[in-house]
Design a protein around this ligand. Structure first.
Ligand code: NAY
Length: 287
């Protein structure tokens, strides 16, 4: 579990149903054109937290069918409802997903022990490998080093999707747990994450700039940081526009301009504005 993983977008039809043809095209684009090492399915980027259990299963199934064993697959199954999370975890495991990932339980201010017990139940029930999805900025759950120590020592926990800019914590964690996998979650500073010893990255913008992320990842292995910074800086010109107009919306528009059916957004997300479309068109030459 190393390298660049695309946090897969989900193309929807206008009525909110899965656009299967589009989803298959996006998967193919990621594997055949972007050359990423794996896909992270059911993350924030996939608009997962807006979906029913059945729709989540449908996505896991279509993606696995399209991918086969071509690249690594991680299924994000986290849900506040533990029964749903377990059911999704078993489903993805039976489909052959290489690992599961679960966001730290959010909304309620759960204690650390409650969060730990949540992971324990998930791991025991599914028997698959688990990558902890830590994204303090959205969940408010920010593990200390001591808490990470307890979480990383749970059975089957193989690593962390580290969506945080605390580089000191990242460096300390990798030093303490060299055998665990740390996948960095902020695309605009992924180079820094890799320099601070992350094993790779998971990101939404890799749906359209995965080739660049792979190049940065490879350059860091070769210790060519200046060249890697050049690419990161180019990526950031695009990401800046994306953040301004909606990251997921912009990715879908870029895919569309490349002839891939990125589909619609899931309500209550709105579609890309007219101004956003104009701005995205202007940065296409950088992609
Ligand atoms: C997910 O679960 O899909 C992710 O966390 C992917 C990581 C992305 N963060 C979010 C919240 O979607 O790729 C990043 C992010 O879009 C990027 O850094 C631009 O800010």
């Amino acid at each position: 579990m190393k390298g660049i993983f695309t946090a897969l977008i989900t193309p929807f039809h206008g009525d909110g149903k899965i656009n299967e043809k589009g989803l298959r095209q996006v998967v193919r684009h990621n594997i055949d054109k972007m050359g990423v090492h794996g896909l992270y399915v059911g993350g924030s980027t996939g608009e997962n937290f807006l979906l029913s259990k059945e729709t989540k299963k449908e996505i896991f199934s279509i993606v696995k069918e399209e991918v086969g064993t071509q690249v690594k697959l991680i299924a994000q199954i986290g849900s506040l409802n533990i029964e749903e999370a377990i059911e999704l975890g078993k489903y993805a495991t039976d489909l052959g997903y290489d690992a599961l990932s679960s966001v730290t339980p959010y909304y309620y201010k759960f204690s650390f022990n409650e969060i730990k017990n949540y992971y324990l139940q998930l791991i025991e029930a599914t028997g698959n490998k688990m990558i902890i999805y830590s994204i303090p900025v959205l969940t408010g759950v920010n593990f200390s080093l001591g808490e990470f120590d307890q979480i990383l020592n749970l059975p089957n926990v193989i690593g962390v999707k580290f969506t945080d800019s605390d580089f000191v914590k990242l460096e300390r964690l990798k030093r303490l747990y060299p055998e665990k996998t740390f996948l960095f979650g902020f695309d605009e500073i992924m180079l820094a994450g890799c320099v601070f010893n992350a094993d790779g990255a998971i990101g939404s913008t890799y749906n359209v700039m995965g080739d660049k992320a792979v190049a940065i990842y490879n350059l860091v292995q070769e210790e060519k940081i200046k060249e890697a910074m050049e690419i990161q800086s180019n990526m950031n010109q695009v990401i800046e526009v994306m953040i301004q107009h909606g990251v997921y919306q912009s990715i879908k528009e870029i895919l569309k301009l490349k002839g891939i059916d990125g589909g619609h957004m899931k309500f209550p997300f709105s579609e890309l504005s007219g101004e956003g479309k104009e701005e995205v068109k202007k940065i296409m030459e950088l992609i």
